[in-house]
Design a protein around this ligand. Structure first.
Ligand code: ADP
Ligand code: GLC
Length: 491
């Protein structure tokens, strides 16, 4: 099967969050299922710098305001099609916001161009290359299904994956005239949303299938509390909505072979993590005392419940815990952690900014990772924590609840516990979970049992990649495992 994936970030080319991890890992995980997945992404400076050998496969005289080209290339085992369009993507800052932290004012154009190019590829733009399915990730790719639906032919099927319902890609109605869609697309069955345009809603409305990144979140978003205004749409097409749990790249994240760890280890040598813990303690300027080392590796935002953690931080320290925070985001939350750091020298450490290598070291050295999210479509840091023996302490929500087994007495006895769960959006419940973690940590035998069990959890892509492959096959009317002749392609 030939599938085109469309994403605004793809690890290891460009990453701001879990979407990049998923878009980077899924193509490789699909190889055993006979899926050839190419990835279309914008040519940001970081992407262009990494691609050395490329071929021009298409040229546009007017790609939403100026000429552009499509370059095919490979990087880190990924087959890529990159949009080279300086007027849209050649600028500093991250993919969505400029250096001052504001959204680029022309994001509507930057990502409608991404979606439009994807649809053109679906319509047979490049000779010899015909994707059978286009897999669109998040609002940035959300117009693609609309361009297919209202385009010249529907020879390609579309899947819309929602990684985060909170980001709708909402723009005013004035941009509609420049989107290259027919007038009737501006309607309730098309791109219109509360008088404006939502790229996410468009994708969810027009795609052949909608997926999200955990079964639990797939259920939650059918309710007003988590559906954020799109629950009606989802309920209306409930038979074509499914939750497929994210996996992780178990090669890039392997504690037995991770170059970021001073001491590599496996489930049978969790005690060797001590050397990594010492490295984390030193890096964050913490005391080398006994007691559990908690960590956070996260965007510092309301979604992630970081304000709840700030409320109980003095309590965490009073219980004998220490905390290492790696994150960036909301300036108010960054300030909150900075002042906790000043209040509790040696007990709380903060490193702001984005640091992939340090995130590995933290997972390999800290005792527990705190994830008090208010909502969490899947979450990847608890999966990295499981794999690295960094016990996840997480709210009972979304994908967190699908992936962590609470260490209640029955689960501990049965040997299945992998972490701690508590009620979301409840600072007291978070505090109680931290208290429980401190108590369990003091019982070394039980704690190591929980760590080892977590390390043995299946967090790979294997099962989920199979589910995506089945979905693509069903959309194009194939029986799973049918041998397919792949079209010869020129890319
Ligand atoms: P989300 O995508 O909502 O931010 P996920 O848990 O799915 O949450 O994915 C977050 C990804 O970003 C993980 O790979 C995590 O390790 C990484 N990450 C988050 N903040 C940082 C940071 N400051 N430095 C390095 N990696 C980070
Ligand atoms: C989003 C979600 C996160 C999920 C990630 C990858 O950023 O917030 O829960 O793990 O996408 O699917």
């Amino acid at each position: 099967m030939e599938v085109l994936s469309v994403a605004s970030e793809v690890y290891p080319l460009i990453k701001t969050g879990g979407l990049a991890d998923v878009a980077g890992a899924l193509p490789l995980a699909l190889v055993p299922y006979n899926v050839t997945m190419r990835t279309l992404l914008p040519g940001y400076p970081a992407v262009m710098a990494k691609l050395t050998e490329t071929r021009v496969v298409a040229e546009f005289d007017d790609l939403f305001g100026a000429p552009g080209r499509l370059l095919a290339g490979r990087y880190a085992g990924l087959d890529l099609i990159v949009i080279e369009a300086a007027h849209l993507y050649d600028r500093p800052g991250n993919p969505y916001v400029g250096p001052e932290g504001w959204d680029w004012p022309d994001n509507w154009k930057r990502f409608s161009a991404l979606s439009w190019v994807a649809a053109e590829l679906g319509h047979g733009l490049v000779d010899g290359y015909q994707p059978q399915v286009i897999h669109c990730h998040d609002w940035q790719a959300g117009l693609t299904p609309a361009y297919i639906k209202y385009g010249p032919s529907e020879r390609v099927k579309t899947v819309m994956t929602v990684h985060n319902m909170a980001f709708k890609g909402f723009f005013g109605p004035e941009v509609f005239g420049q989107l290259r869609l027919p007038p009737h697309a501006f309607g309730v069955n098309g791109v219109e949303y509360y008088g404006g345009i939502s790229y996410l809603k468009s994708g969810m409305e027009c795609a052949d299938y909608v997926t999200t990144v955990s079964p639990n979140y797939a259920d939650e978003i059918r309710t007003p509390e988590f559906g954020m205004g799109l629950e009606g749409l989802l309920n209306g097409r409930a038979d074509t909505v499914i939750g497929i749990l994210n996996g992780i790249d178990t090669v890039a994240w392997d504690p037995g072979a991770d170059a970021a760890l001073p001491q590599k280890f496996t489930a049978t040598s969790v005690h060797m993590r001590a050397a990594n813990k010492a490295a984390v303690v030193e890096k964050f300027g913490l005391d080398g005392t006994d007691g559990p080392l908690f960590c956070v590796v996260s965007r510092l935002t309301d979604q992630k419940g970081m304000d709840l953690l700030l409320q109980v931080l003095d309590g965490l320290v009073a219980l004998g815990g220490r905390l290492a925070v790696l994150g960036s985001g909301d300036p108010g939350l960054e300030d909150g952690f900075r002042s906790a750091w000043q209040r509790h020298p040696g007990k709380v450490g903060l490193i702001t900014g984005y640091n992939e290598e340090l995130s590995h070291l933290i997972q390999g050295g800290a005792d527990a990772i705190l994830i008090p999210s208010r909502f969490e479509p899947c979450g990847l840091t608890q999966l990295y924590g499981l794999r690295y023996g960094c016990v996840p302490v997480v709210s009972r929500i979304g994908g967190l609840a699908d992936t962590v087994i609470d260490a209640n007495p029955a689960a501990i006895d049965a040997g299945v516990a992998t972490g701690l769960l508590f009620n979301a959006n409840d600072a007291h419940a978070l505090y109680e979970a931290i208290r429980k973690a401190v108590r369990l940590y003091a019982d070394d035998k039980t704690w190591k049992k929980i760590q080892r069990r977590g390390m043995k959890s299946d967090v790979s892509w294997e099962t989920s990649a199979g589910q995506y492959a089945d979905l693509y096959a069903s959309l194009i009317g194939l029986k799973v495992n049918d041998d397919q002749d792949r079209s010869d392609d020129t890319l």
